[in-house]
Design a protein around this ligand. Structure first.
Ligand SMILES: [Zn+2]
Length: 203
């Protein structure tokens, strides 16, 4: 369905606060973001629209820290560029977050992974055209008619996580979100290592 035809619009309920990400988590996430940014998997397109985001589960919860909306194009981030997602409703397409910056609409795809796979401690969403083209439909791939930021995309991710091999492979290709790939791991180091190993296979 298209907007205006009963489509559920993505809503972010944002409580603006000071920085929320702990220093220790920031160091780990920054190290991986620097690598992915330098390889062009996080960055900005020709129209200077940012892409790519990274998140980390807040230990013992279903909440997660994530890079804020429109930060993909920035070379260096600090604690003002991260928020904490404290709630989400996949059916109503709503996200609740706190922090100095608003969560991006792609947070819903991260939320789907944390909700469905309790072993996930980190999620990386990158864009890369060659990477995407070589893996789409060879590895678990969401329906190409489903757009990012929709409840249907979250449901597609949940469906694929339930299929044999997806949890072990640590990767989902977003069929209807060109160049978009999701990689997850038990922690950020594992998710990052999987990203590089898939990348090295195809580049
Ligand atoms: Zn994306």
């Amino acid at each position: 369905m298209k907007p205006g035809e009963g489509y559920i619009k993505f809503v972010v309920n944002w409580k603006k606060t000071g920085p929320v990400i702990p220093a220790e988590e920031l160091v780990k996430i920054t190290a991986w973001r620097d690598i992915l940014y330098s390889l062009g998997m996080i960055g900005a397109d020709k129209k200077n629209i940012g892409f790519g985001n990274i998140s980390m589960r807040r230990k013992g919860t279903n909440h997660f820290y994530i890079t804020g909306s429109a930060t993909g194009s920035l070379r260096n981030l600090d604690d003002r560029h991260y928020c904490l997602v404290t709630g989400y409703n996949l059916n109503e397409n709503t996200i609740a977050c706190t922090g100095p910056i608003k969560a991006s609409s792609e947070s819903m795809s991260h939320a789907a992974v944390y909700k469905e796979f309790h072993g996930a401690g980190a999620v990386i969403h990158i864009h890369h055209s060659l990477f995407w083209a070589s893996l789409a439909n060879r590895l678990p791939t969401t329906d190409r008619n489903v757009e990012y930021g929709t409840p249907e995309m979250a449901r597609e991710i949940i469906r694929l996580l339930g299929e044999p091999g997806t949890l072990e492979g640590r990767i989902i290709v977003m069929g209807g979100h060109k160049d978009g790939i999701i990689i997850f791991g038990k922690d950020i180091d594992e998710a990052g290592a999987y990203t590089l190993s898939y990348y090295n296979e195809i580049i």
